[in-house]
Design a protein around this ligand. Structure first.
Ligand SMILES: NC(=O)c1ccc[n+]([C@@H]2O[C@H](COP(=O)([O-])OP(=O)(O)OC[C@H]3O[C@@H](n4cnc5c(N)ncnc54)[C@H](O)[C@@H]3O)[C@@H](O)[C@H]2O)c1
Length: 270
């Protein structure tokens, strides 16, 4: 894939799934890659794969919710590679449970990782991206940042917030004439470990939920990574990943809030 040679790309949550696939694809395309995750085993595997390709790589344990550590990390990446062109705020967690039975701490945890992690990553790298003269912020939302479903209020909130934050940032960068492009990514079901890593409200069967997710997820992470990077290369404001994401986006745009009624029978079965 063209457009990434010589660029320095930063990826959070790079030890698994979409983040790992993005790291490998960026490495193959000639980018230098700074990868991080809380899962150091998964991260080591991604590092190995990048080294095998011959891509310059810097791997660090980083929890995206730890703002001070994130700031120090951003400065260390700039120091190491001399510049930073792209940041992919990808790290995320999932949680299932109706609002009625969900604890405050469960909602806060999802917001901390899925929303504040994205804000932290954007803010600490933004000065470096502007300085690079050719920057790009790529924030991973979800189709659940386009419409809501029962049992996903916490995740929906975080992913809608990522979309709001990122769409505003894109307009700000254009208005300020900063050399930073901004893309929001909305994946549909991607075949990763996200549901197996998820937590659920008391009384829900985590294994059964993960299994039903695994049968529904249509797109392999490698394909998702190629779609995302193609959107980045074309400076798309919004990237929809997978046929399910495209269909659901269309339904929401055509029906407005009517999607809630329309999707009720399907959501009931899930
Ligand atoms: N898989 C899907 O169907 C799907 C759909 C829409 C959006 N997404 C989003 O894509 C992104 C990647 O998810 P994935 O499907 O590859 O899941 P995954 O579970 O395979 O990978 C997520 C990675 O994030 C890491 N992580 C979790 N908490 C972290 C923290 N506090 N700090 C740093 N790293 C942390 C995990 O250790 C893991 O390696 C997430 O933001 C997710 O919400 C996924």
């Amino acid at each position: 894939m063209q457009g990434f040679a010589g660029k320095v790309a930063v990826l959070t949550g790079a030890g698994s799934g979409i983040g790992q696939a993005l790291a490998v694809e960026l490495g193959r395309s000639g980018a230098s890659v700074a990868i991080s995750d809380v899962d150091t085993e998964g991260l080591a595997l991604t590092e190995e794969r990048l080294k095998a390709i011959g891509a310059p790589v810097k791997a660090n344990r980083l929890d995206v919710t730890e703002r001070e550590a994130f700031q120090a990390y951003a400065d260390a990446v700039k120091e190491h590679f001399g510049k930073v062109n792209q940041v992919y705020n990808n790290a995320g967690i999932a949680y299932s449970g109706d609002v009625e039975v969900t604890q405050f701490k469960d909602i806060e945890r999802v917001m901390d990782v899925d929303f504040w992690g994205v804000v932290n990553g954007t803010k600490v790298f933004l000065p470096h991206l502007i300085e690079s003269g050719d920057g790009h912020v790529v924030n991973i939302s979800s189709v659940f940042g386009l419409f809501s479903v029962p049992g996903q209020a916490a995740y929906n909130s975080a992913k809608f917030a990522v979309r709001g934050f990122t769409e505003a940032l894109r307009q700000e960068m254009i208005r300020a004439k900063h050399p930073v492009k901004v893309t929001t990514v909305h994946p549909g079901g991607i075949q990763t470990a996200i549901a197996r890593n998820a937590t659920v409200a008391e009384g829900l069967d985590q294994a059964a939920l993960a299994q039903s997710f695994d049968t529904l997820a249509m797109t392999p992470p490698e394909k998702a990574a190629r779609i995302i990077l193609d959107g980045v290369r074309r400076n798309r404001a919004r990237v929809l990943v997978g046929p399910d994401a495209k269909i659901l986006d269309l339904i929401v745009r055509i029906t407005g809030s009517g999607y809630q009624r329309l999707l009720r029978p399907i959501m009931g079965r899930l």
